[in-house]
Design a protein around this ligand. Structure first.
Ligand code: PLP
Length: 323
């Protein structure tokens, strides 16, 4: 990062940012890419580019674009949603076909279908390639674009053995994050057709996300992109071990076999605790967790070692024995 060659990305002449965008386009097999400061900004830039003000997006009810971003989409771009309930975040093609049935009054119009892979609230569940292909058939028939929030698409690819470019081939555009499992401090990227990315670039500026010598952090993203995927299987292994260890001390609190990638959700109610109480007690044991969808959420990543996982299991064991 200290040695990164930089320019001014507003003028499109930061060589490190350009290298990152070219590399991301290459690995996803899309024509172009746009580096953004956050995953949320990549999603909001994509939605604003695909969807007309006042029109709707079909997405899974617990998707990040709805749960966390619906106010951003509404206030920044006049976008609302048509939510579809999924099974651990995965929507079936038939559900989407149903959701796309035209409004008899012709008042509500859908401009986009969005999927999330892996699905965060779904516990890091992978959207199977065949399901995505089925969804693609439905959107094609409806003449609609398909977008993928692939914040953790590299986890999906490593766990399933399906290359990122094969998932990407089924959608018009996708974003992924460098700042999650791949291990960079900051940054996400939106990948898609050249004309779409040109328009997205204008929209990123409107969303106040145009930046100058971003090459300093793009250098870290380049390392994350090359090195990060090589070690994600370790995170998945650690997550499964964490799930198995916690399941022993919180019977009924989770199903370890549901842990496909790097996210572990625990329902602590079998211990007679709310998620907030469990999180507070774990913090007292030196283990930091977040609360998502009313459950305790733990993630494994580059900074969580195998021995950290054992420490976390021991912390759960202590709070369970005191419950
Ligand atoms: C599925 C998904 N999409 C998008 C985001 C947004 O990423 P960021 O926190 O970089 O804005 C997140 C963050 O947790 C996420 O889990």
């Amino acid at each position: 990062m200290a040695e990164a060659e930089v320019g001014d990305d507003v003028f499109g002449d930061d060589p490190t940012v350009n290298r990152l965008q070219e590399r991301a386009a290459e690995v996803t097999d899309k024509e172009a890419a746009l580096y953004t400061v956050t995953g949320t900004m990549a999603n909001q830039t994509a939605l604003r580019t695909f969807v007309r003000h006042g029109h709707e997006v079909v997405a899974e009810a617990t998707a990040h674009v709805i749960t966390v971003e619906k106010n951003s989409a509404a206030s920044l771009s006049g976008i609302t949603y048509r939510p579809v309930p999924g099974e651990r975040g995965v929507m079936e093609p038939g559900q989407i076909a149903e959701a796309l049935r035209p409004d008899p009054l012709d008042v509500r119009v859908v401009d986009l279908v969005a999927v999330e892979n892996t699905h965060q609230v779904g516990g890091g569940a992978i959207l199977p390639l065949e399901t995505l292909q089925g969804i693609r058939r439905v959107t094609r028939e409806a003449g609609l674009p398909l977008y993928m929030d692939g914040a953790r698409i590299w986890n999906a690819a490593v766990a399933s053995g399906v290359p990122v470019r094969d998932y990407a081939a089924e959608v018009d555009a996708l974003m992924f994050c460098f700042s999650k499992g791949l291990g960079a401090p900051i940054g996400s990227i939106l990948c898609g057709p050249a004309a779409f990315i040109t328009e997205a670039r204008r929209n990123r500026l409107q969303l106040t996300g145009a930046w100058r010598q971003a090459g300093v952090i793009a250098a870290a993203a380049l390392v994350a992109l090359e090195e990060g995927p090589k070690r994600l299987h370790e995170d998945h292994h650690n997550a499964r071990r964490l799930a198995e260890g916690v399941a022993e001390v919180v019977p009924g609190g989770l199903k370890p076999e549901d842990v496909e990638t790097n996210i572990v959700f625990v329902d602590p109610t079998p211990l007679g605790m709310t998620a907030t109480e469990a999180a507070d007690r774990l913090r007292g044991e030196g283990v930091l967790v977040t609360i998502v969808a009313g459950k305790v959420r733990m993630l494994t990543h580059v900074d969580v070692s195998t021995s950290d996982v054992e420490t976390a299991i021991e912390a759960w064991r202590r709070i369970a024995s005191e419950a």
